[in-house]
Design a protein. Structure first.
Lengths: 394, 380, 394, 380
């Protein structure tokens, strides 16, 4: 066992670091330095810069335009991004529908969609949840009715369609068979957002930003070419997708960045005539969260190392979402404690609070979603109890 | 020992609860957070007429001569529907600062319109450094003729954007963090040298950043002696936060319980899931414990012995952080996706709880203060 | 509302305090001062001293030999006991079967049993749990078969019969009707431990002391006079008993005493050349537990004040067992952290560790039972979820 | 980066696991805790023959030239069935103290019988004050002729009651807590002036209180330079505790899971109750996290850079306290009444976990050390 990096790996790190310093545009670099929130346009700017370099999809195989890195290189790359605070790319194309199309899509679908996901020409969003189907996703009622010509008419309402207002395409789970139970009758579709009959209405989260949308489908025609794989097999595909890059979902980088920000601010903020960071009790509090985050980081490394050897995700990978999202919340809670009354600020003009503190209150609220979305943590626990611990069902 | 409300108190609670339910449901905060002021003057006046604002002030100041407990009982109810009028900021902080700092005759002149709900006051005590510690300020006041001129930067002055009077702390002597040398001044926000910049708060309330450049101020009471007064007023603020927070927890518990009874997934009400039931019980336990410590703090807030007061207030403020933080977080979690939409009320409770937890000394401050009191090492 | 004490109440406190100082025998006072473990004989010595003074059963009505105190006086009395660290009396007679006999027993039963509970002449234990009936107490299988003469023959096995080896009497739940379901066929018996057919076998807890016993009943004859109330109504009586002095179960005094002990030891133990108590991070940790304990203490006071007014136990009283037992564990955990390597000690000779530290390791282990016995905390949560929150059943 | 075991390591783990299962189930600890010694010399000799004791020591000392990871993998397995032989006390503490403190030629003389399992050593570093900090000692050694004489009181010397050699820290210069001036000595427990008093430990192990009154000692290595060596050895001890603790957690998780699948109440297996299922998942999560940080610590323990070593070891020791404490507590709770009887094994795991959490720096110590390392404030 070994946790060190080889000289080649260290050279790779140096290459990444120096390229990042060059490549990140100055206006983004300032925002990154302050951990400011990036706009959709800024995120896409950064997407395109990475794409031009060939580094936008570290985990894609080379034949589809990935850089051909191994797990350790991908880890080093992600660490360097974290240290710079670069914008986080939208996962819906790169991490979700892209790998799914690679695994289950036809050659035509792969040629049609993958290049534009890579380039950022086409932005994707996800159509899974419905108002009545959240944790119980399999109870979804959006229907795709097959027409005489083989195309489908899509009707229903999706919610939590993150950034649908910016999306060119949406991937949708819809029911193609009403007669079978739950999971069995669901298919997986790729839908052009410009198709007539689609209505998108952004709504505010508690973070005060329109990150999510309601999306209605009113007899939206989906060409048969846009069905993934076989009809009624959509649930299987969607489940396989959950296995992709599970390690990303831990968000160790996000939490580490938040902790770093908390420390930086705590070093500036004066309490009793000394920096807050020097308060022994508070410092111990920060340290404890960092220690927990380190344990998670090693757990991610274990999962990556195992994946690199081609093993199936082990028991350790199942806890990443659970603990990762808890630590995202714990670290932002600490950051809010650090900034004290400046954490009262809500979308005020620049300069009202220190730049590094500006985005914290919005994230503090929004990150409550992390333990709810992508399978709530309660659902994760049900799954682990059953599949890993083998506890009996009621 | 007596935890029963008096008949008068029972009536008061019922009246306030009725008002909140009928006239100020959470939708009022939702509407008013979009306005510049953030509250309605006529509602404040109505509260004044009903005697709610002056309830704990002596009769000679236009009050009803009650106790802080009466005020806390009102705040608990107002917390349940997040009533946006600046009771805590204007009455508890502003009003009590003048009551305890000003000479009695001056207080008697100043307070009646405040307690009638005709004015709003704001207490400008916090600066960039020091986490709101009364003595850790850099704003200075220098005597000029028979008045004072103030220079400095005050931050997060709650309700300061809509206040007709500011009560401002400034040093007339000493260095930052010296125990003595802090004085309180009455400052007209429209006076030359005063710049009031409105800022929006996460909880939908508003506040002001106040910049003072040689601004005129009227000394309240004795020069240099205001630090203990401010500490006392901020303890009232902390106890008020605990009372309001107790109301918030009760509301969040109730709405979470209702959601669990109402929402179905997997073909059953989610309230049948044992893991969620036990979480709901945890919410209940924390709500009851925080209520207990809030009661102890509201009673002790009037205690003339600083140690007794500080012990109960610090304990309650810590408990608020522990219990209140848990209740709004897990209340949100139990609501699932709907709980993180701006549309649902629980997010507003979450936000307000954060203000209450943060203001008037956070967990670290109050834990350390609690541990530094002689009572902590009694009987050793 | 008012949390202060009247001059009369303060005078009462002074009277209690000065009497306690006089009455506690010197050899017990030294143990109390060091929070040492008391033997059964020592506990009974103290029982008899209190009984002679008329203060052994503060919560008993005057007609049965209680002192006639109100709730505040009882609270003051318990605070003073706590401060002195006096032995804790066995609850089975005084707090459990005594009040039950008062409420449901016949006049003859009251005359026969109550005086000897008060005097300490007869020591009681409890026969509820069985190996297969723990949390699910109503599934108990010990049977009491009615004989022609009206007496009963008791057969079965009870476990967790605390201090049965010292007991003169045991109160037992047993099934008198095999045909009805669960709770319905259970009766409540008073059984003389000297009756033939009873076998008692103490077993060690993880605390290393024989606090519990297995108790077997092999056709033990129980006279019909020793049935409480009506046949098959035992479950109702046992449940009502749970309402008695629920406030005791919080154990605030125990936890407060443990914290005090932790502070006293932390003031003596030198770390980095200064008392551990001066370490800001550790001091904050102690303070946080004390703050939680204060919240519980006020909750107990609320329950007592409400009881004094004759109100039914409110919602606040249901949390006392739950949080009280958690804090008993949290405070002993802190104490163990304070004593550091001396906490490794296991029943060594006197003087190996400081006297105040001696009993800590055993309690540290034993107190794990607190969240399990008297209705495990999980069962408590089930009850609160259903009865207080009104959540639906599956 | 590589978390895979080598083929040799895999074989080693399998062999040790087999041994634990077949030859040293928990009943062995149960029997041996009633004896004076607490372990079996022939089992220790067997371990020596199998090469388990010397696995991380250089070949010239009679070892196998492996890494600490090999040792940690053995300890993890030994933890699973609570094997009572004093591997941690004698080999990790005693053996490594001599390896790093003694001159190489002396170490080469001393170590072979230890690593063969023919001897048991004990490290006497802790005193009443200082929580085991290497420099915070009052025991003194003074030079007399060509030897040293030691005077002082050493506490909780693990395995000290059965050791043929004591390695004792004492001051040859300086005052308590001075960084330099600490030296290590080899002391014969049978020498005049040495009193060894056996004491029983909660976890069923035994230790000794060692009283030194002008007792002869042989200086190991350089006088006054032992504090950093002791720190390093105690870090190995802490990493060893994490490895053993990881084994304990895995065992507790497994037995708890089995109990949930087996025990019926209310007519069903209690493992069907969702609240208990989720608790079991919490146990699983904590077990995996602690395993991760234990792996990081076992790898970093051999790191020649003190900062890298201390960061990983302190993180793992804190995580052990958090996770290990949780797992044995909640594992016990999930066992219900049976879990608090001495008869059930889980109580033995509970007890041993407490020793591991307490020894070689507790949570407070390691949190503070972690927070004081330069890495904690890197990139600010």
């Amino acid at each position: 066992m070994d946790m060190s990096f080889s000289p080649e790996q260290e050279a790779f790190r140096a290459e990444v670091r120096s390229w990042l310093r060059e490549a990140l545009p100055p206006e983004l670099a300032i925002k990154a330095e302050h951990d400011a929130a990036f706009s959709h346009e800024e995120v896409m700017t950064w997407h395109q810069i990475l794409a031009a370099k060939g580094w936008v999809a570290p985990h894609w195989p080379k034949e589809h335009g990935g850089p051909g890195w191994d797990a350790t290189q991908r880890y080093i790359f992600s660490q360097e991004l974290e240290l710079m605070g670069t914008p986080q790319l939208s996962p819906f194309g790169l991490a979700m529908v892209g790998p799914l199309i690679m695994q289950f899509g036809s050659a035509e679908q792969q040629q049609r969609f993958l290049p534009k996901i890579l380039s950022g020409e086409e932005v994707w969003c996800q159509g899974y949840s419905e108002p009545g189907a959240g944790s119980d996703l399999a109870s979804l009622t959006t229907r795709a009715d097959k027409q005489a010509d083989g195309d489908y008419l899509l009707t229903g309402q999706k919610t939590w369609t993150t950034y649908a207002q910016y999306a060119d395409w949406i991937f949708v789970l819809a029911r193609t068979n009403q007669d079978v139970k739950q999971q069995a009758g669901i298919s997986f579709f790729l839908v052009d957002m410009k198709t007539p009959g689609i209505t998108v209405k952004p709504f505010l989260t508690t973070g005060g930003t329109p990150a999510f949308c309601e999306t209605w489908f009113d007899a939206v025609r989906v060409p048969k070419e846009n069905l993934i794989g076989q009809e009624n097999m959509g649930w299987t595909y969607a489940k396989a997708l959950l296995g992709h890059e599970r390690t990303l979902v831990a968000g160790v980088g996000i939490s580490a960045r938040t902790l770093l920000r908390a420390k930086r601010l705590a070093a500036e903020i004066q309490v009793n005539g000394a920096p807050l960071l020097e308060d022994p009790a508070f410092r111990a509090k920060l340290a404890k969260t960092e220690i927990k985050l380190e344990a998670l980081r090693v757990t991610v490394l274990r999962a990556l190392a195992s994946a690199q050897l081609g093993h199936a995700p082990g028991a350790e990978s199942s806890i990443l979402k659970l603990r990762g999202t808890e630590l995202q919340q714990e670290s932002i809670d600490l950051l809010m404690e650090v900034i004290g009354h400046d954490g009262l600020s809500w979308f005020n003009a620049e300069g009202v609070v220190p730049p590094r503190a500006e985005s914290a209150p919005s994230i503090f609220n929004y990150v409550r979603a992390a333990t709810i979305y992508a399978g709530s943590n309660e659902i994760q626990k049900n799954i682990i109890a059953k599949l890993i611990l083998g506890l009996p069902s009621a | 020992m007596d935890f029963e409300l008096s008949d008068d108190q029972r009536l008061l609670v019922r009246t306030v609860a009725d008002f909140c339910k009928k006239e100020s449901p959470v939708t009022r905060l939702r509407q008013l957070r979009e306005t510049e002021l953030g509250w309605e003057p006529r509602t404040l006046a109505q509260m004044g007429e009903l005697g709610w604002l002056g309830v704990m002030f002596p009769e000679e100041y236009g009050g009803l001569g009650g106790s802080f407990t009466d005020t806390a009982l009102i705040l608990e109810q107002l917390g349940m529907t997040l009533v946006p009028e600046p009771y805590l900021a204007s009455i508890v902080l502003g009003g009590l600062a003048v009551r305890f700092a000003a000479a009695p005759e001056r207080a008697a002149e100043l307070l009646p319109p405040l307690l009638a709900g005709e004015e709003v006051w704001a207490l400008a005590y916090a600066e960039a450094q020091g986490r709101g510690a009364p003595s850790d300020i850099e704003t200075r006041a220098t005597q000029r003729g028979d008045g004072y001129r103030l220079t400095g930067e005050k931050r997060w002055v709650l309700a300061g954007h809509g206040a007709s009077r500011l009560i401002v702390s400034a040093r007339t002597a000493g260095d930052p963090r010296d125990a003595s040398g802090v004085s309180l001044f009455l400052v007209d926000p429209k006076a030359p040298g005063v710049t009031v910049t409105r800022v929006d708060c996460m909880d939908g309330h508003k506040a002001a950043m106040v910049s003072l450049a040689d601004a005129p101020g009227e000394l309240l009471g004795e020069a240099g002696a205001a630090a203990p007064i401010l500490t006392r007023v901020l303890d009232y603020g902390a106890a008020a936060a605990c009372a309001e927070g107790s109301g918030i927890m009760q509301a969040v518990l109730a709405m979470t319980r209702d959601y669990l009874c109402d929402r179905a997934q997997f073909g059953v009400k989610i309230g049948t899931f044992q893991a969620l039931q036990h979480r709901a019980v945890d919410l209940f336990v924390e709500t009851e414990l925080a209520k207990s410590s809030a009661i102890a703090a509201m009673i002790a807030a009037d205690d003339e012995r600083p140690e007794e007061r500080m012990r109960a207030v610090s304990a309650a403020k810590c408990q608020l952080t522990l219990s209140g933080g848990f209740v709004v977080r897990q209340g949100t979690q139990l609501h699932g996706g709907i709980g993180v939409t701006d549309e649902h009320d629980i997010g507003l409770y979450f936000k307000r709880m954060h203000s209450l937890v943060t203001l008037f000394g956070d967990e670290t401050f109050h834990t350390q203060r609690f541990a530094s009191l002689p009572s902590f090492t009694a009987h050793l």
